[in-house]
Design a protein around this ligand. Structure first.
Ligand code: ARG
Length: 459
């Protein structure tokens, strides 16, 4: 057991208490951030005359050698230390002696851990943003290739009106683009440095918090020392944004699972992204999509856990806050893994354009357009709706599409129908005429794609 605080104790910590209390098994993951924060702290202490230049140089060299050795695997982070902060400090003292004991001047583990967690999370926000961007590039590519790939659009999972694959995928482009914007918002709001807040009430040393903040790439120091050590709002925001990403991925996965089924056959997931069955030789299962859908739960779990951990703790730091780590780390790993694999699955997936088009033709996806045809000939919309409803009923009975009826049959239901009805309700017309901004018509979609392309170039 290597602890930083033995002085006022007369007994050894109970072994189980020690294990229950220790965080090294999971906070070891931000060892780099811990060293980086210590380096900035020491530079500031020397600049303020709190440490000598010599002490600063010795400490920086010591920290640098720890960084090098951990990176190379020469120094292993073992569980004999209580947490990563103790590990770094103890190793520093081992290496450089007296000067190492001055590292913690004007600092508490409370502002130290607040900083480490923030630095680590800030990197994660960037990584998630980059993965989202990669997915957007893939989606945009699919959109460009499929401007005229017709497919049914659904409401209530019932065929509704024809759209294109570009348009359907474009809906997800919007979702993941908003997810990126959330990353950027979070980054901006969280980017203030808690270091120098001490245990809760600042310190009496003349620390220059602006300088440490600047060294660590923050927009400035946080403005209340109690809030600084007690704040994990940025984690809640991040976990909430991660949950939203998972919700989007899960929703898309659900569609891909449906599209990949024998009943739909809209897509074929690449062999590299499918798995087989141990008993049924014919099976090729969409496991990646299913796992992404399934893993959504644990990310939501991390969000609910964090909200719950924080809801009852009085200011400022309480040990409950150590619980901010394990589930958050798991959520970050999970989302990054899912984004990566989902992107690979999308990149390699085949779209069966013929099957999609065929599916778009039947199921009366042109019924609204048939009603609009009558409206254009002067029939009030409500009457037109009724006429086409009766027409659909007639078609169901005959097992035919509206466009498969003869003009006589159509005229028997409404004399307004003329020869031009066939062109008006063809699949091509139904899609191409939808040209309002955001609609599936290829000409409208081209304008949107140009905007999305410019967005990806600028962001
Ligand atoms: N392991 C602790 C955490 O993760 C570090 C801070 C400890 N501070 C304290 N006063 N016990 O929150």
């Amino acid at each position: 057991m290597a602890q930083l605080w033995g002085g006022r104790f007369t007994k050894e910590t109970d072994q189980l208490v020690y294990q229950f209390n220790a965080s090294i098994s999971f906070d070891r993951r931000f060892w780099k951030q811990d060293i980086e924060g210590s380096m900035a702290h020491v530079k500031m202490l020397a600049r303020q005359g709190i440490l000598t230049e010599k002490e600063k140089d010795e400490i920086l060299e010591g920290l640098e050698s720890i960084r090098r050795d951990v990176e190379k695997g020469k120094l292993v982070i073992t569980e004999e230390y209580e947490d990563i902060h103790s590990f770094v400090e103890a190793n520093l003292i081992d290496r450089i002696g007296e000067a190492g004991k001055k590292l913690h001047t004007g600092r508490s583990r409370n502002d130290q851990v607040a900083l480490d967690m923030k630095l680590y999370t800030r990197d994660q926000v960037k990584e998630v943003d980059e993965l989202l961007k990669e997915l957007l590039v893939t989606l945009l590519h699919i959109m460009e290739e499929n401007l005229e790939t017709y497919m049914p659009g659904f409401t209530h999972l019932q065929k509704a009106q024809p759209v294109t694959l570009a348009h359907h995928v474009g809906a997800y482009f919007e979702m993941f683009k908003r997810d990126r914007q959330r990353m950027q918002d979070i980054y901006r709001r969280m980017n203030y440095c808690p270091l120098g807040s001490g245990a809760l009430a600042g310190t009496t040393y003349p620390l220059d918090r602006d300088y440490t903040a600047e060294l660590l790439g923050f927009a400035g120091p946080t403005l209340n020392s109690m809030d600084s050590v007690a704040d994990r709002d940025y984690l809640i925001e991040f976990l909430s944004a991660l949950s939203t990403i998972m919700m989007h991925l899960s929703r898309f996965s659900e569609e891909i699972i449906i599209w990949n089924s024998n009943e739909y056959r809209f897509v074929e997931i690449d062999d590299a992204y499918s798995t087989g069955s141990s008993i049924m030789p014919q099976k090729k299962n969409p496991d990646i999509a299913e796992l992404v859908r399934g893993k959504t739960g644990r990310v939501y779990g991390a969000l609910v856990s964090m909200l719950t951990v924080l809801k009852g703790i009085p200011l400022a730091y309480n040990k409950d806050m150590q619980e901010d780590k394990e589930l958050s780390f798991d959520a970050m790993d999970t989302v990054k893994g899912c984004l990566h694999l989902f992107n690979g699955m999308m990149k390699t997936m085949k779209f069966r354009k013929d099957v999609m088009t065929k599916s778009a033709v039947n199921g009366f996806t042109n019924a609204t357009d048939a009603a609009d045809y009558l409206v254009n000939k002067g029939v009030p919309f409500r009457d037109a709706h009724g006429i086409i409803g009766r027409l659909v009923l007639y078609c169901i009975d005959k097992n035919a599409g509206i466009d498969e009826l003869s003009l006589e049959e159509l005229k028997a239901i409404s004399p307004v129908f003329e020869e031009d009805i066939y062109d008006a309700i063809s699949l091509k017309t139904c899609v191409e005429k939808r040209l309002t901004t955001g609609a599936p018509g290829p000409e409208a979609m081209k304008k949107v794609i140009a905007l999305q392309k410019a967005y990806l170039e600028e962001n």
